[in-house]
Design a binder for this molecule. Structure first.
Ligand SMILES: [Zn+2]
Length: 403
């Protein structure tokens, strides 16, 4: 009886070994990766098999981007040493990346490794971290033992301020990286070809970059930058993939209104533009802000003030309605018309009168003068062109009369 049991065990063990042998045509051993941020990714390990290998491919899948297919040749003993050049083919900074190997054998059998994952994080800094259910905070600012606590408090206040304007839920967790200087933060964006051009949030990934230099202004900077960038994340939660189709004045205007410590320059820049009759038409702020600094600053100041006007008149529900109209695909003017039953230009005039104290007659004239100009440009050349004809007719009539 015992012999039978031993035999059964032996046979089943052999069977399972054999089965595993068939399964394990290819083994992926010690698979690892190293990230040198902005420079390269290094993939290493070994692919072990007794069979003849026809092809080996590395698949690289950054979050929200296409999968890259990278064929390569391992060494004769199966060792993998593969370098991915991030300078020429940059990945988005802070993106999660999946990767896996696939081996094709001469027999036609294909074998894939498990999927490995890493976060393409800026690892040039020694980040200090604090995680909660809502936020993963990382800061590289040193010298202030209370920095983390201040950051934690400021983040909570910022979320409240942003949600008071735009009642939307945060995706969790939101990852916030605090750089010690603006230059270092910019270098992260530059090295990684990140789409940070319009601010420093990557709302689809729930990532925020800010820069806080330690010192007396640190708290004020936190209270300006954090609510601003958190608002961009909330905006994405409402608009989804239509986020980039929303007018710049709306995205940045909402973000400016969330700032607990607003940029003190906005008010003076706005007043100067009012005094000098240099306000930008809102229709020019639908796509983008002017690139030069003073124009950009005025763009932020005007957008903030106009959106404040909209919030006071139509409330958060009105703003949500407007965002949903844009998410439906309406353009800058049509979205306003559909949400508020009023043209953008009419609301702009009301805002200029009620918020900026601009004279009603002057604003009305500013709206109609292009039509006068157009009429002038059409009528004058038309008049000049028919004048010779009229003169000729008169001359002909004159000669007939003489006859
Ligand atoms: Zn912004």
């Amino acid at each position: 009886m015992r012999l039978l049991a031993t035999l059964t065990l032996l046979i089943s063990s052999l069977f399972s070994l054999g089965f595993r042998w068939l399964q394990a045509d290819v083994e992926f051993v010690n698979i690892t990766h190293t990230v040198v941020f902005g420079e390269r990714l290094e993939f290493s390990g070994a692919i072990e098999t007794r069979a003849a290998v026809v092809e080996v491919v590395l698949f690289l899948k950054p979050f929200g981007a296409d999968t890259q297919v990278i064929p390569f040749k391992p060494a004769a003993d199966g060792t993998v040493n593969l370098t991915y050049d991030l300078e020429n083919k940059p990945l988005r900074a802070f993106t999660p990346v999946d990767y896996w190997y696939q081996v094709k054998l001469e027999s036609g059998v294909e074998s894939s490794s498990p999927v490995y994952t890493f976060l393409y994080e800026d690892n040039r800094f020694d980040w200090q971290r604090q995680d909660s259910a809502t936020f993963k905070l990382a800061w590289a600012t040193t010298g202030d033992p209370n920095f983390g606590a201040a950051l934690q408090n400021s983040v909570q206040d910022s979320l409240k301020a942003a949600q008071a304007i735009l009642p939307a839920a945060l995706p969790t967790p939101v990852r916030i990286y605090v750089y010690p200087t603006a230059q270092e933060m910019q270098s992260a964006a530059r090295l990684a070809a990140a789409p940070w051009a319009a601010g420093h949030a990557s709302p689809d990934m729930g990532v925020i970059l800010i820069s806080i230099t330690p010192g007396p202004d640190a708290r004020a900077e936190m209270e300006r930058q954090l609510p601003h960038e958190i608002m961009h994340i909330l905006e994405y939660q409402v608009a989804g993939s239509a986020y980039n189709q929303l007018p710049t004045w709306l995205l940045e205007g909402l973000a400016s209104n969330a700032e607990l410590y607003p940029n003190p320059d906005y008010q003076s820049v706005l007043q100067k533009a009012v005094d000098e009759h240099n306000l930008l038409p809102l229709s020019a702020l639908c796509q983008d802000f002017p690139r030069e600094l003073s124009g950009a600053l005025l763009g932020y100041a005007q957008s903030g003030s106009f959106v404040r006007f909209l919030i006071e008149n139509f409330g958060s529900s009105g703003i949500l309605n407007l965002m949903n109209r844009y998410a439906d695909g309406l353009n800058c003017e049509a979205g306003v018309q559909a949400a508020f039953n009023s043209s953008l230009q009419l609301l702009e005039t009301r805002w200029q009168q009620e918020f900026l104290g601009l004279n009603a007659g002057l604003t009305a004239w500013k709206q109609v003068w292009p039509y006068f100009l157009l009429a002038f440009l059409v009528i004058v050349p038309l008049g000049l062109s028919i004048l010779p004809i009229l003169r000729k007719r008169q001359e002909i009539r004159g000669t007939n009369d003489e006859r």
